[in-house]
Design a protein around this ligand. Sequence first.
Ligand code: S3P
Length: 172
Amino acid sequence: MCAPSDLDNVVLIGFMGAGKSTIGAALARLLNFNLVDLDDVIVQRCGRTIPEIFAAEGEGAFRDHETAALASLADRRGMVLATGGGSVHRPENWRIMRRLGIIVYLRAAWPSLADRIAGDAGRPLAIGNDVYQLWERRLPLYQQADVIVDSDRCGVEESARRLVEALRDGKP
Ligand code: S3P
């Protein structure tokens, strides 16, 4: 499989636990693209883990780091970008993501997401928050993607293959 020739980057959005990193890795292999995980970029730039950033600086500062990390990738090509689940909040992030390439929402049903993120200490917002309410609030934002693909209907490799087909056909 190879990437459609007019494809600059693929930007994956979706809630925590939707499979952005795992399906992103499989997709990057299929397209011969590089996988970039936005959380990893933030951690590298800040020299702190995500929980450390939340604990020391708070969510607002984390969102600033997130936008700066996204902006730092603006000239990249040939990348599958796995964003963090909250990257969809800021209009500025959408402008950067739209310039990067096609935006794909990896959609999963609430029970699948809840199962995957329950008690994950690496995800500060998954602990001690009303995560269901957060998910509901974000749904209309995720739905602004160019392409929507269900990520919990089949395995990682099959989801990635379906995603390549969707990118080729321009439909999910
Ligand atoms: C967040 C999701 C996390 C990470 C941070 C905030 C969110 O990324 O960016 O903990 O607001 O949903 P994943 O979606 O990869 O878990």
